[in-house]
Design a protein around this ligand. Structure first.
Ligand code: SAH
Length: 353
C-alpha cells in the first residue's frame, strides 16, 4: 500500500522535514529552522529566517504548518484549570484541559474526534468515532497551548496525558508517532517519563506498545472489580476480561519497568460498595500499581451520578487497609465541564454546529 504523503508539516519528524527541504533544494539547516518554527506554532508568514521562495513553494504545494488552532478557552473560577476547544483544519472540534500543579503544567490531549468505545458514563462516545487524529494533530494541541501561554519554559506544557476524547490504542500508529515527536529534544522536548497514556484496556496493543519500545506511564481505565459489572458499563469488557488486562499490564511492567496506574471512576450505588473495594484489592494485589479514585462527573446524556465524598474515602481506606496504594483525585475544572467530551458537545450545541 502506498501511503499518501501528509501535507500537515507537524506530522513530520525532523528527518522527514529534512527530506522535504532537500526536495526543494534546501540544506539541512533550513529544515532545522523550519522544524523549530513548527514546534513554536508559527504560521508560514512568521518564519522570518527562511527564504521567501521556499515558503511560497510549500504554500503553493498545499503544505500546512499547523493542524490545530485554539477556538475557545474557558478558565475555571475554582482553580487554575483551563479548558480548550480546538478547531482542526477540516472544521472538526476537539477539546483538552490544562491543569497547573506545583511540579509543572499537565495538558490532557485528545487522540480521536469522538470514540468507538461507548463507555456508559462517557460523553466522548455518544456520537461514535468521527475520525482519528494524526500525530501532528495530537502534537498540535500541545504546540497551540504553549504558543498561547508564552512559549516554553516554566509556563509551557511539561507533562502530557493522553486522556482527552478518544481511545489512544485504537489509533495506534499515530499515537506512537506522536510519542516520538513529543519527546524529540530538537522539538517539544517533553520528557518521556512525563507522558501518560490512558486506555480502556486494548490488551493486544498494550503488549505491542511495550514490544515497540514505547514506555509511557500506562493508565488503565478499570472502573469495575469484576467482569460482569465491567461488561455492564464498558462494552470493551466483552472482548477483554479483567484477567486479560492483568496479564497484559504485567507484561508491560516487565518490559518497561513502569508502575501501572488504575483509574476507577466511582458511580453512585454501582461500583462504590465495600464488596467492590474488597474485590478490587484482590484483583490488583501484588502488582506494582497505584489506584486513582475519581467521583464520576455527571454527563446529562448518560444520567449516572458520581459517588459521595464519604463513599469515595471509605473505598480508599478499604483499599489501603489491604495494602493497595490509592488516592482520591481532585476533580479539577468541574465547573467547566472537565469530563472528556462534555465541553465539545456543549459548544457544538451552542454554536449550532
Ligand atoms: N479512552 C481512554 C482515554 C480517554 S478517557 C480511556 O478509556 O482511558 C480518560 C478517563 O476519563 C478514562 O478513565 C475514562 O473512563 C474517564 N471518564 C470518562 N467519562 C468520565 C466521567 N463522566 N467522569 C469521570 N471519568 C470519566
Amino acid at each position: 500500500m502506498i501511503m499518501e504523503e501528509t501535507k500537515l508539516l507537524t506530522d513530520k519528524s525532523l528527518e522527514e522535514i529534512e527530506k522535504l527541504a532537500a526536495d526543494y533544494g534546501q540544506p539541512k539547516f533550513r529544515a532545522r529552522q523550519l522544524f523549530e518554527w513548527l514546534s513554536k506554532g508559527k504560521d508560514f508568514d512568521a518564519m522570518s529566517n527562511l527564504p521567501k521562495a521556499f515558503i511560497q513553494s510549500l504554500k503553493d504545494d498545499g503544505y500546512k504548518p499547523c493542524g490545530v488552532e485554539v477556538h475557545r478557552q474557558f478558565k475555571s473560577q475554582k482553580d487554575e484549570t483551563v479548558k480548550y476547544i480546538y478547531k482542526l483544519n477540516d472544521g472538526n472540534l476537539i477539546e483538552g484541559v490544562l491543569m497547573k500543579y506545583k511540579y509543572g503544567n499537565t495538558l490532557c490531549v485528545s487522540t480521536q474526534v469522538g470514540c468507538r468505545m461507548n463507555c456508559s458514563f462517557c460523553a466522548s462516545g455518544l456520537d461514535g468515532l468521527i475520525r482519528n487524529l494524526s500525530a501532528g494533530e495530537i502534537l498540535g494541541q500541545v504546540i497551540a497551548v504553549n504558543a498561547l501561554n508564552g512559549g516554553e519554559g516554566s509556563r509551557g506544557v511539561t507533562n502530557i496525558v493522553l486522556m482527552g476524547s478518544g481511545e489512544p490504542l485504537d489509533n495506534y500508529d499515530n499515537v506512537c508517532k506522536f510519542l516520538s515527536l513529543a519527546s524529540d529534544e530538537r522539538g517539544l522536548n517533553v520528557s518521556k517519563r512525563n507522558v501518560s497514556l490512558s486506555t480502556c484496556g486494548l490488551c493486544d496493543n498494550i503488549r505491542r506498545l511495550a514490544d515497540d519500545g514505547y514506555s509511557p506511564t500506562l493508565t488503565i481505565s478499570l472502573h469495575a472489580p469484576n467482569d460482569e459489572m465491567r461488561r455492564q458499563i464498558m462494552p470493551i469488557a466483552k472482548k477483554y476480561s479483567i484477567s486479560d488486562i492483568i496479564s497484559a499490564v504485567k507484561y508491560y511492567f516487565d518490559k518497561t519497568g513502569r508502575r501501572i496506574i488504575f483509574e476507577y471512576s466511582m458511580i453512585a450505588g454501582k461500583n462504590d460498595t465495600p464488596e467492590c473495594a474488597r474485590q478490587l484489592a484482590d484483583v490488583v494485589k501484588g502488582l506494582a500499581c497505584h489506584v486513582n479514585l475519581i467521583p464520576l462527573n455527571y454527563v446529562k446524556e448518560r444520567g449516572l451520578d458520581g459517588s459521595s465524598k464519604k463513599d469515595v474515602y471509605r473505598f480508599m481506606a478499604m483499599l489501603e487497609s489491604r495494602g493497595v496504594s490509592a488516592t482520591v483525585r481532585r476533580s479539577m475544572g468541574s465547573d467547566i465541564d472537565g469530563a472528556c467530551g462534555q465541553l465539545r458537545r456543549k459548544i457544538l450545541e451552542d454554536e449550532n454546529l
